[in-house]
Design a protein around this ligand. Structure first.
Ligand SMILES: CC(C)(COP(=O)(O)OP(=O)(O)OC[C@H]1O[C@@H](n2cnc3c(N)ncnc32)[C@H](O)[C@@H]1OP(=O)(O)O)[C@@H](O)C(=O)NCCC(=O)NCCS
Length: 217
């Protein structure tokens, strides 16, 4: 990462101590409570077997001087729809606006694409029409820069924990699609059945229901 002399290692599949430091120091300050699952939930996803729906891997970027986490990602695997979800992406506020997040996205997408199992890689994003603050617009520009394509509008994020609310006004964005995921050989369009299969599996794993019928308040 050129121009970032303070940054050091990118750790993949961190130990639980480092994963907890990523959670406390980077994710908690970066996300509203309803969008962030508890540490216990994240921990069990990171420790789950790869074949278990919702199992996760994390990447953590460390500061060179004190090895503290300054950015990271968490990806969740949905085996029936063969889809990775970029559940969390965050950069410590002191290190933003330097291109760290696009580098982390590129690294994560290349890890998803390295497996023949992967059909889709997606992310959730606040729709700037529903969240008209500058941060939501900036995130939308970031996903455009990394060639994200909107798969579903009016997307509702399921509860990340039983005591949290659903989050409406989201967009589901495609960051990676294998050739098998596309409609026809020459198309860049993702098969709608696959998108629906992922959403159903995502709700089933998160809430025990395949139908996102109830909207967020
Ligand atoms: C969203 C987030 C991950 C972006 O991380 P980042 O590393 O700052 O991303 P970028 O480097 O692409 O920078 C974003 C902005 O800085 C600008 N920028 C990037 N490199 C720059 C540089 N070298 N000099 C000046 N500006 C730069 C970008 O152009 C972009 O500006 P824009 O808003 O006008 O488009 C970070 O803001 C964050 O952690 N937010 C809280 C958590 C969150 O919202 N996560 C995403 C969930 S969808």
């Amino acid at each position: 990462m050129n121009g970032l002399p303070a940054l050091s290692d990118l750790v993949v599949n961190p130990d639980m101590e480092l994963a907890r430091a990523l959670y406390e120091l980077v994710l908690v300050p970066a996300f509203p409570p309803d969008e962030l699952e508890s540490w216990d939930t994240l921990r069990s996803c990171l420790l789950a077997d790869h074949n278990e729906p919702g199992n996760a891997f994390a990447t953590v970027l460390l500061d060179a001087t004190d090895s503290a986490p300054i950015a990271g990602t968490v990806s969740y695997w949905y085996p029936q729809s063969r889809t990775w979800l970029l559940g969390y992406l965050a950069v410590d506020s002191r290190y933003r606006r330097r291109g760290v997040a696009p580098c982390l996205i590129a690294d994560t997408v290349s890890r998803w694409a390295a497996s023949d199992e992967t059909l889709l890689g997606v992310a959730e994003m606040e729709n700037p029409c529903c969240f008209p603050d500058e941060a939501a617009k900036s995130r939308a520009r970031m996903y455009i820069r990394v060639h994200g394509r909107v798969l579903a509008t009016d997307f509702v994020q399921p509860r990340v924990d039983p005591d949290k609310d659903r989050v409406s006004g989201m967009l589901l964005v495609c960051l990676y699609a294998a050739p098998e995921a596309l409609v026809g050989d020459q198309s860049a369009t993702v098969r709608s059945g696959l998108t629906h299969a992922f959403i159903a599996e995502y709700f089933q794993v998160a809430e025990g229901s395949g139908q996102p019928t109830e909207t967020a308040s």
